[in-house]
Design a protein around this ligand. Structure first.
Ligand code: ATP
Ligand code: AMO
Length: 434
């Protein structure tokens, strides 16, 4: 449709053809209006019943909401129109008539349950505030990519059908691969390390991860987008600098390029770019601070993992993003390196938003012998991982990296209640289609 004008570009004095969805029809008697909506906005189409062709009026006002129509006519200034201009139609064509019974009201006047919204995502995305979330998500990913490039890293894609898990055996989705047992990947962890150990040195990947999480929570998906980084000759502090860089870049890009979307979400006043370095709090200090809040029924002791309640207590106490560093080695995976002077203490870190964990990362164990020991300590068979471990015998530099949850990033930036609002077609315990 080369002759089509977007509603936002229709200027008084133009003769245009606009095409889009019927947002609303308002019939005031002698005069009636059809509000036409497209990706750029809305425009009023005016019907003066006594002065216009009868068929045109009948077709225009008889069409059901959400039908797709094409309207040609002159654009005039009209202060009473929602956008200050209106089109007087010379012709109107119904391109695709909608069923008058809609499963969901895209005008948003009637609230819909999350499951109804997800079952009818096409209609749901016609709402300005829903579309705004996905415009912002796209901008976040663009900004993150650009920031990784500025950090000198190369974008990679790694296999999603894999032979072994990395993040604990219980959360794997098994599949059959030509008669052999295989899995959907939980994380690009081992692959990104294998590439950081080549001359490529710094890599990033934005791709799907699959986890057979049993729990049904507002912040877990069974298919999520992981934003991963791995850098040779980096330690955990360098990796935290990169985390801070990409997260801040995402906020800055939204502030610069997404004012309309923030407005659609009612966030234009409260949206703030973090303007200070994220504090780095050791695990030991974190449990002390959590205990001091008095929010938990039982005091935490060294070695405990942090429960959701513990994370929330510390989040409220800190009030912004923060890192938890120097976790006990025992609760971090085999690939995380311990401190050289204390084997109980790992270089693993998490980035926390006051609402939830956003990132896990750390320096990696790059010494072949120690890596094999780590597998054995976690009850894993190093032979199964030989494709990975053998590369540590041929010159593996020290390296570090992290994984950042893409949907959790979108969710925390925009204050969304449910992670399913940050993904078009979420996969969870109940949902395999659409
Ligand atoms: P992990 O698998 O280590 O928990 P994660 O990225 O899933 O990593 P979070 O989802 O932030 O981390 O979980 C933080 C803590 O909350 C963990 O101890 C986790 O077991 C716990 N948790 C997750 N879901 C629930 C739930 N539905 N009820 C109670 N605790 C939960
Ligand atoms: P981890 O398992 O902590 O670390 O995952 C990294 C980040 O990914 C996000 N995430 C999820 N988001 C939604 N639904 C899920 N089910 C889900 N699982 C994880 C979280 C989490 O912080 N290999 C390491 C990373 C590394 O060390 O580089 C890893 O996967 O935001």
């Amino acid at each position: 449709m080369q002759d089509r004008t977007y509603t936002a570009d229709a200027e008084p004095g133009d003769d245009v053809t606009v095409a889009g969805w019927v947002h609303e029809i308002r019939d005031l008697g002698g005069i009636a209006f059809l509000i036409l909506r497209d990706a750029t906005g809305k425009i009023q189409v005016k019907f003066e019943k006594d002065e216009m062709d009868e068929d045109l009026v009948e077709t225009g006002l008889g069409v059901a909401r959400e039908s797709v129509v094409k309207v040609s006519g002159a654009v005039e200034e009209e202060p009473r129109a929602p956008t200050g201009v209106e089109v007087t139609p010379e012709s109107l064509e119904v391109i695709s008539a909608a069923d008058p019974e809609l499963p969901l009201d895209p005008s948003g006047k009637v609230d819909a349950e999350m499951s109804t919204r997800l079952d009818n995502r096409t209609l749901d995305l016609r709402k300005e505030e829903v579309q705004a979330v996905f415009e912002i998500r796209a901008e976040i990913l663009r900004a993150v990519r650009e920031q990784f490039r500025e950090f000198g890293s190369t974008e990679i894609t790694t296999p999603k059908i894999v032979a072994t898990g990395t993040e604990g055996g219980t959360e794997l989705f098994p599949i059959t691969y030509f008669g052999e047992e295989a899995f959907m990947n939980q994380s690009p962890q081992l692959f990104k390390q294998l590439i950081a150990g080549s001359n490529v040195e710094r890599v990033f990947e934005i791709g799907p991860i699959f986890r057979a999480e049993e729990h049904n929570t507002p912040r877990h998906l069974n298919e999520a987008t992981s934003i991963d980084f791995e850098g040779a000759f980096c330690d955990q502090n360098d990796a935290m600098d990169v985390v801070e860089g990409v997260v801040t870049a995402a906020y800055e890009a939204i502030s610069e390029n997404c004012q309309d979307e923030l407005e659609a979400l009612g966030l234009e006043e409260e949206f703030e770019v973090p303007d200070e370095a994220f504090p780095r709090i050791s695990y030991e200090d974190a449990i002390e601070r959590i205990n001091a809040t008095g929010e938990l029924d039982e005091q935490l002791v060294w070695g405990d993992d942090l429960s959701t309640a513990a994370e929330e207590a510390l989040g409220a106490d800190v009030g912004g993003h923060y890192f938890i560093t120097d976790w006990p080695s025992e609760i971090k995976p085999f690939y995380i390196k311990d401190h050289d002077d204390d084997e109980q203490l790992s270089t693993g870190f998490d980035l926390m938003h006051p609402r939830m964990e956003l990132v896990s990362g750390g320096q990696r164990e790059h010494r072949h012998e120690k890596l094999i020991e780590g597998f054995e300590q976690q009850g894993l068979d190093p032979d199964q991982f030989e494709y990975y471990t053998k590369m540590f015998k041929y010159g593996m530099p020290p390296h570090a990296g992290f994984g950042l949850g893409g949907e959790r990033l979108v969710m925390t930036i925009l204050g969304l209640e449910n992670i399913r609002e940050a993904v078009l077609f979420p996969r969870d315990r109940q949902r395999l289609s659409p």
